[in-house]
Design a protein around this ligand. Structure first.
Ligand SMILES: [Zn+2]
Length: 129
């Protein structure tokens, strides 16, 4: 089967605190989160910007979270106010995955990788591996 894998990376700055954490992460602090979006598909699709079916999806749709909060993104937000669960890197990856899935075609298998620091990251997909 033909397979395309689209990759894009971006960063955003945000504040958070981990509710119930026994340690300094329970206090409000910030990170420059790095995110890698991986979009895998066996077919090509049209997009909002290209009517012919020649893309997995548009890079712009994968990068919404990099936008300023006034444009609906996550840059310079207080994550605790936006993500409806505790803001661990695991939950942030799950949240970005869920919100991105609403913006892209259904035939795409999406993987979201979130780095909280340079040496610590988590990968999330909603498919069993
Ligand atoms: Zn933190």
């Amino acid at each position: 089967m033909p397979t395309w894998r689209l990759y894009t990376e971006f960063t955003f700055d945000a504040a958070h605190s981990i509710d119930g954490y026994d340690g300094k992460c329970s206090r409000l602090h910030g990170h420059t989160y790095k995110v890698r979006m991986t979009a895998k598909s066996n077919q090509l699709n049209p997009s909002k910007y290209l009517k012919s079916p020649d893309m997995v999806c548009d890079f712009n749709e994968l990068k919404w979270a990099a936008e300023d909060s006034e444009k609906g993104g996550l840059d310079h937000v207080l994550l605790d106010e936006i993500v409806p669960v505790n803001t661990t890197a695991e939950r942030i990856a799950e949240y970005i995955h869920k919100e991105t899935s609403k913006r892209i075609p259904e035939n795409i298998e999406l993987t979201v990788t979130v780095w909280e620091t340079e040496s610590s990251w988590v990968e999330y997909t909603d498919k069993d591996e």
